[in-house]
Every structure is written in C-alpha cells, then in structure tokens.
Design a protein around this ligand. Structure first.
Ligand SMILES: O=C(O)CCC(=O)C(=O)O
Ligand SMILES: [Fe+2]
Length: 750
C-alpha cells in the first residue's frame, strides 16, 4: 500500500501534472481516493471470493445449526459454555432452510451474519475444544468436521471490509444498511438480517481501518443511538468511548493532515466546537461532490493519464454510471444490428449485436448463450474453482486486484505429437521457436467438451475470427465473484508485442506467445444476471455494460501492430447483490492473419471491425428505420404536391400554356404514376406483414424466442424488404423529384 503511494507520488512528479492543471490539489485528491479504495483487500481473502463457495458454506451451516441445537439439548449439563455461543449465534434456534441459497448468501448482510456466527463467535467461545470434549461421538464428529471449513478471523475482517467497500462504491446509507436493506437504482433489497449495535461497531472499525473516518464515525454514532436504552451498560460505555475517541482522533487527523490524505478521509469540519471556529473551517467547500466534479472534468479517449486517475474514473462509473461521461457525439455511430456474415444459416437466425463503442471496438451480442450451456459451464466450474490469479504463467501470483474464483474449461484437444510433427516441419535448433504444427492440424482435433466446442464455434461465426484451431485461442475461463467481488481495471493482453515478456526469465510464456501472439480479442459471456452492481466498465471509453444472462461482450484489445490498445482498459465493478458468473474466451492474434486484413499504413492503428461486419452482411436497425422515414416523408411531399394541384383545380387545359409550367405538369404526371406504383407496393407490403403488428420493444425478447416469429422476421427483413427497397429507393426517381422541386421553385420566383 505504502509502496503504491510512493510510486504514484513519483509518477506525479515525473509527469509534472501540476503544470497541466490549474487545480493543484486535484491529482493529490484523486490519488488519495483511489489509494484508499485500493487498500480494501486484506490478505487471505479466499473464502468469499466466490459466491459458489459461500453457498456451500451456507449449506453446511444449515446442517450445522441443526446438529448443534440437538447437541446442546443432549448435553444440558455440560452446555453452559456452549449455550453462550449458541445464544449469541442462533438466538432464534436453528436456521431455516431457504429454497434459494444462492440468493440468500448473495445478500451481503446475510453473508455478514453468517461469517460473524461462524468466525469470531466460534473462536471466542473456544468452540472447537469444547466440542472435542463431549461424549456424543457421532454428533461431535459431524459438528467438528463441518466446522473445519468455517471461516477464520481474518475472513471476518475481510467481509467487514467488503461491506465497507460496497457502502463506499454504491453510496449505501448506513441507517438503511442497519435496518437490513440496500437501495440500488431505485430498487430495495431486503435482508432477514438486522445489524445490531455490535455489528455496526465492527463495520465502523472496518471503515476506519480502511481510512474512511467519515463513514466509520457515522457507524459508531448510529450504534450508540441504538444502544442507548439497552440494559447492557458495559457495552453502552464501550460504544460511547468509541465515539468519543473516534471523533477526537478524527479532528486531530483533519486538523493536521486535511480532509483527505494518503490513507484517510475525514468530514470537512471537525466535531470539536472550539476547533470548528478556526478560520479554515468557516469556508470549507471541499466535499465528495467537489472531488467528483474534478474527476468528471477528465476527457474520455485519453490513455496518457496516471493509472490512479483511470481508477478514479472507473470507480465513478461503477458508482454513478456513464451518463455524465459520454456525449451525443460519442454515441453518434452506435447502432444495433443483425449480423449474418453472408451465411445462409445465420440469415435465418442472425446474431443480435449492439455496438457500445466504435473505436476501439466494443460490442454486446445479445442472447448468445443457451440456458443449458450456461448451466453446464457453472456446474463444470463449481468443483474446480480456485482463487483467481493474473500475470504470466511463470510468475503467477494470487492477486488482490481480482476477488473472484475461476476454473478453466478446455473444449478441445489436439492429439498430434509435437516432436514428431516438428521433425517434418520446423527445425528445432532455436529453443525459443514456436511449437510447430503438422500440415493439417484439424485432423487431430478431439472435442473434450461438446457444449464448449459449440460455443467456441458460435463465437467464430459471430465475430468472424478463428477460434477452433490449435493456436487460435485459450480454453474458456469461467469465473464467479463473491460478496463485493470485483476485478480492478486492467488490460487483457499480456503485452507480448510491447516487449513485456522476457524470453529468458519467462521462457515458457515467451515460447507460447511467440506461437500464438497476444490476446487480440476478448469474448466474455455473462452466465447470470446480477441483481445489483457488477457492471463491466471501460473507464477511458465511458462504457458500462450491465451483466445480462446469456449476452456476451466482445472487444478488440490490440492495435494492428499487435501492441495493446491502452484505451481498452476495463474492470468488473463490485457485485452488490447477486452472484456474477462469467466466461472468457481470449482469441489470439497470430491465427487471425487470414481473417483480418493487415493495415496498409501506420495510421491504420485499429481494426475496423464494424466496417468489416457491414461489408459482410450486417443489417443496421437504426439505419434502416431512418431510411424508411426519409422515403415516407418524400412520398408525402410528392403526394401533397399532386393533391394541392388537384385541389386548386388546375386541370390540364386550365394551366397557362407556359413552357416551364407545361414541363412541370408533364414531369409531375409521370412522377405521380411512379409514386402510385410505390404506394401500391408499400400498401401491399404493410398489408401482408404489418397489419396486425402491434408489438412494443417489451415484447421483443419473447417474440424472437419463437422460431416461427424469428423466421418471419428474417424473411421480412432479408427477402421482402430488399424487393420493396428496389422500388422505393430509385436513383432515377430521386433525380426526377429534384428536377420537379427546382422547377417549382423557379416558377414560384417568377
Ligand atoms: O467481470 C468483469 O466484468 C470483467 C472481467 C474481466 O475483465 C476479465 O476477466 O478479464
Ligand atoms: Fe479483462
């Protein structure tokens, strides 16, 4: 933590950012905020890094709560000490089974309650020893076996810190939390668990330990208020002391080191009345909003800012969304499209794509995964989940920046023997040469996991990138986030083409990337909805994707040079309520050489994916609509010209015999005929296809889930519409119409 701060301070000096910005304190403040944010991950943060494990623990706890209550009954005489624990942990008897355990433990307050019962309470009462002393062997063995997987004291600290992080990120109201509910995006999530004053004190301590003195003291105060009429005088005194000492320490910190410091954040004014009178507190304006305004002054699409600022932007987008970041200009080219890449099969059922950012390209494939596939991925991963690691293969380390668990699903294997193959292909004189491939590697392909192989193939069809060959991508990574689980901002590429992999130190990795290149693209599918939080954000693009079960986000990580595109930095926001499952398919660059054209010049820094898709058969919904509107407006215009002419009773004979007017008349007649033809076709089209068509956007999901509807939709849009289009959009007619307008204009001027 200290190191991070020193490094950032050096960064600051090096970049001499102060000269670039008027608000000299801004960067300092930003760093402080982010530094405080990044201090929230303690060590040993293993148990709750996946919701799946939490769920398992809860199942064990349900059994445990039954056994322990029976046990207590049987050992009445010896139970005094044990009862103390039970009374505290399970005051209302054994826990009730709940049908949806995942949802139960996904609520941070429920998880908090559970860890508390099984962590510190369990330890405080020396439960492990007490249990070992007892005679009811069977029950005893059961209980102690189950309790082996219970969390430790540091897990408890971790969960307190996670709650503080969530409160911080999503600006959760302390009193609401105390009453067991969380408000997010106008929605209330209720928990069965109520925080008691002791819990509030714990969370307050967690917040102050993380440097958030304002939140911490607020917790102490609420706890003290709730405790006021309690008969537990001793604890009331402890709390009163906490508030007193906390506020004194707070004031000292504020007065000596300001509202924000490297490891702290205070209220803008002190509690002490005398101190408050100091001049400097009279005109205090600096508050959290003030800092936010400063962050919002950042411009998108600039990679050359310190990483702390990127983190601050990402934090803001997780907390407040991206509405205040992107402008209409940024969104101008965003569309939704049906994509089929000229494939007859996908013409019938095209991919539904939403473009989230054009360059660098980020998009969302809606309804991409099938339910059975998602269940398979999760079921496969559950027994194989291990704490997430990042980094190069040779130096992998468990990280604090990513609190999730992951498993790998290998969908395909190639049975060729590299040594044999190499004898006939590439001479192995250089140790760092890439592993060679036999002439027809696909002959050696064996599908290890059929759903996985199907998804990989579908990704190929959807993106137009190669995913099935030996070096075209990684196995599927499946990840599950736990309470407050997040993935801080990062680039997916390893930086092979930026020289980030040392051929001698990380030899294996170097050889591997020498063969495959780097992670050109990420295809990341959401395997669950997330009730609250957990968005994927791209802070430099102002993009925030809401996890939507079955949808997949796809983006390009590399420049055409192979170097990493810094603008694609992204992260996963903390999960507030719910369980977040994702699967990643990283697509390597070297195998795409036949799929992606090489850049013709240095200036073609980024792959124009959107253009390629357009060229290969993408029907853009917006574009189609606006074009239709233009035609209809035009038709109405022409019709009204014709109508006005007839209302005025300008019959052929009555029109003055002036040449210009004759010409106009003749042209209008021809044109009117053509327009009538268009109307006839249009009428027929509407009659046939849109007569009983009164759907709204809300029906879309259900509508396209029916294959016949989808078939009709595709038929209308891919076969019938082009026919009508030929009649409606006619260059010769457009020209005629322009002539008519010009002629009419010149006549009216005369
Ligand atoms: O969880 C997310 O939304 C992002 C995950 C991610 O970026 C990754 O796995 O590389
Ligand atoms: Fe990522």
């Amino acid at each position: 933590m200290v190191l991070v701060l020193c490094e950032s301070a050096m960064h600051l000096q090096r970049d001499n950012l102060k000269n670039r910005f008027h608000g000299k304190n801004l960067w300092h403040l930003l760093i402080i905020i982010v530094a405080i944010q990044s201090s929230v991950f303690g060590d040993n943060a293993d148990l709750f890094s996946s919701i799946s494990d939490t769920e398992r623990l809860f199942e064990i706890e349900i059994q445990f709560s039954r056994d322990i209550v029976t046990y207590v009954e049987a050992l009445e005489n010896h139970a005094k000490a044990i009862r103390k624990y039970v009374d505290l942990a399970y005051p209302e008897g054994p826990l009730k089974d709940v049908p949806d355990k995942e949802a139960f433990v996904a609520n941070p307050l429920n998880s908090f309650g559970m860890v508390k019962r099984l962590g510190p309470h369990f330890l405080d009462h020396d439960m492990a020893n007490l249990l070992a002393d007892q005679t009811l062997m069977e029950l005893q063995t059961k209980l102690s076996n189950n309790s082996k997987v219970f969390p430790t004291a540091s897990n408890f600290e971790e969960i307190v810190i996670s709650l503080s992080l969530l409160q911080e990120t999503y600006q959760l109201n302390s009193s609401d939390l105390a009453d067991g509910f969380i408000t997010y995006d106008g929605q209330k999530y209720q928990s069965d668990f109520r925080l008691n004053p002791r819990d509030m004190m714990e969370i307050g301590i967690g917040a102050t330990n993380s440097g958030w003195w304002d939140n911490g003291i607020r917790w102490f105060q609420i706890a003290e208020q709730k405790q006021r009429n309690s008969t537990d005088v001793v604890f009331s005194k402890i709390l009163a002391q906490k508030v007193r000492e906390g506020t004194i320490y707070h004031d000292k910190l504020l007065d000596q080191r300001g509202q924000f410091g490297a490891t702290h954040r205070c209220f803008p004014v002190p509690f002490d009345k005398k101190l408050k009178k100091k001049k400097k507190y009279k005109k205090v304006k600096q508050n959290v909003n003030y800092i936010r305004e400063k962050i919002l002054q950042q411009k998108l699409f600039h990679a050359e800012i310190p990483s702390q600022v990127k983190k601050a932007m990402s934090f803001d987008m997780c907390s407040n969304g991206v509405r205040e970041w992107r402008t209409p200009e940024h969104d101008r080219r965003l569309r939704c499209a049906f994509i089929h890449h000229q494939d007859p099969y996908f013409r019938l059922g095209p991919f539904k794509v939403e473009v989230l950012n054009e360059t660098p390209f980020v998009s969302m494939f809606h309804n991409f995964m099938h339910d059975a596939e998602m269940d398979h991925y999760k079921d496969y991963a559950k027994p194989n989940l291990a704490r997430s690691v990042t980094g190069l293969a040779d130096t992998q380390a468990r990280v604090q920046t990513r609190t999730s668990k992951q498993a790998w699903l290998a969908e395909r294997w190639f049975t060729f023997n590299i040594t044999e193959a190499s004898a006939s292909t590439i001479p192995q004189n250089n140790d760092l040469s890439p592993p060679p491939l036999p002439f027809e590697p696909m002959k050696y392909a064996v599908d290890l996991d059929v759903p996985g192989a199907n998804v990989a193939r579908r990704i190929k069809y959807a993106t137009g990138l190669e995913t099935e060959r030996p070096f075209s991508g990684e196995s599927f990574q499946i990840a599950n986030y736990g309470l407050g689980g997040q993935y801080q901002i990062h680039l997916d590429g390893l930086g092979f083409f930026d020289g980030q992999i040392n051929p001698h130190r990380e030899k294996t990795q170097f050889k591997h990337n020498n063969a495959v290149g780097d992670r050109l693209a990420t295809f990341m599918a959401y395997l669950t909805d997330v009730e609250a939080g957990g968005h994927t954000v791209f802070p430099l693009l102002g993009v925030s994707a809401k996890p939507e079960k079955g949808s997949a986000i796809f983006w390009i990580n590399l420049h055409t040079t192979g170097k990493r595109d810094e603008l694609t930095i992204h992260g996963g926001c903390p999960v507030l309520v719910g369980s977040k499952w994702i699967t990643n398919k990283w697509i390597y660059s070297n195998d795409q050489f036949q799929k992606l054209t090489c850049p013709l010049s240095e200036s073609e820094a980024r792959y124009p994916v959107l253009q390629r898709w357009l060229d290969n058969g993408a029907a853009f919904i917006h574009e189609m609509n606006s074009r239709t509107n233009v035609v209809i407006v035009k038709l109405l215009c022409i019709l009204s010209i014709v109508a006005i002419a007839s209302v005025l009773g300008l019959s052929e004979n009555e029109i003055p015999r002036q040449t210009d007017q004759q010409l106009l008349d003749a042209k209008m007649k021809v044109h009117a005929k053509a327009v009538e033809r268009q109307i006839k076709f249009l009428d027929n089209f509407i009659d046939t296809y849109y007569k009983d068509y009164n759907f709204t956007e809300e029906d879309a999901h259900e509508y396209v889930s029916n294959p016949i509807n989808t078939y009709m939709l595709i038929k209308r849009t891919s076969l019938e519409w082009p026919k009508l289009k030929q009649i409606l959009f006619n260059d010769a007619m457009d020209k005629e119409y322009e002539d008519i307008l010009k002629l009419a204009d010149s006549l009216s001027q005369k």
